[in-house]
Design a protein around this ligand. Structure first.
Ligand SMILES: C[S@@+](CC[C@H](N)C(=O)[O-])C[C@H]1O[C@@H](n2cnc3c(N)ncnc32)[C@H](O)[C@@H]1O
Length: 178
């Protein structure tokens, strides 16, 4: 079975076009930002958020090393402020919940903020734009958050991808139809 991050990349690559904007709501070590940068190209923008300076620096370095840092706007602040930094009409907003690998495991994403940010993200997507959320039920608090995100997306007619096994990470996807 493919990893949820890989599933998310496959779906987003079929949606985001060169020249548009993609949002990385949880920059972490910058893998999703780099991926989005490859899709939007030099004429597009990637806007990335993280509450940890270490994550912002790690993301900046990853894009610099790849020679694509010119397309990214990095914000060291919560993704609940997305609408203040991003113009509506984006192709994709990607969330990868949980903690920063190799960083402070206490700075996990939190259910209440995540749900608020998902609502904000919905309002920023263009028609046929896509929201992806990789959920991690395996750490304290992650279980509750993953269940809340699953319920949120099911209530909106989105898709929940199957887990490889109980407790494994999984992907949820929501597409803006109108
Ligand atoms: C699993 S990591 C993201 C991995 C990243 N997408 C990558 O490709 O490397 C989750 C990140 O969410 C960040 N985070 C936690 N709460 C946040 C919030 N309210 N707003 C934005 N980022 C947050 C954490 O600091 C952590 O770096």
């Amino acid at each position: 079975m493919k990893r949820p991050t890989q599933q998310a990349h496959e779906i987003v690559s079929g949606v985001v076009k060169e020249g548009e904007t993609g949002v990385d709501a949880t920059a972490g070590n910058g893998h999703d930002s780099l991926f989005l940068a490859g899709l939007v190209g030099e004429s597009g923008r990637v806007v990335a958020f993280d509450v940890q300076e270490a994550a912002i620096e790690s993301t900046r370095r990853r894009l610099e090393d790849a020679g694509v840092a010119g397309c990214i706007d990095l914000w060291c602040e919560s993704h609940i402020r997305m609408a203040e930094r991003v113009e509506p009409g984006v192709g994709a907003v990607m969330f990868n919940l949980g903690y920063l690998p190799g960083g402070d495991h206490a700075r996990i994403t939190r259910t209440d903020e995540t749900l608020r940010a998902l609502e904000v993200a919905v309002g920023l997507l263009r028609t046929s734009g896509i929201l992806t959320v990789v959920c991690y039920p395996g750490h304290p608090g992650g279980d509750e958050e993953a269940a809340a995100v699953k319920a949120w997306v099911e209530a909106r007619g989105g898709q929940v991808f199957p887990q490889a096994r109980k407790g494994a990470p999984f992907l949820v996807v929501w597409e803006r139809r109108l």
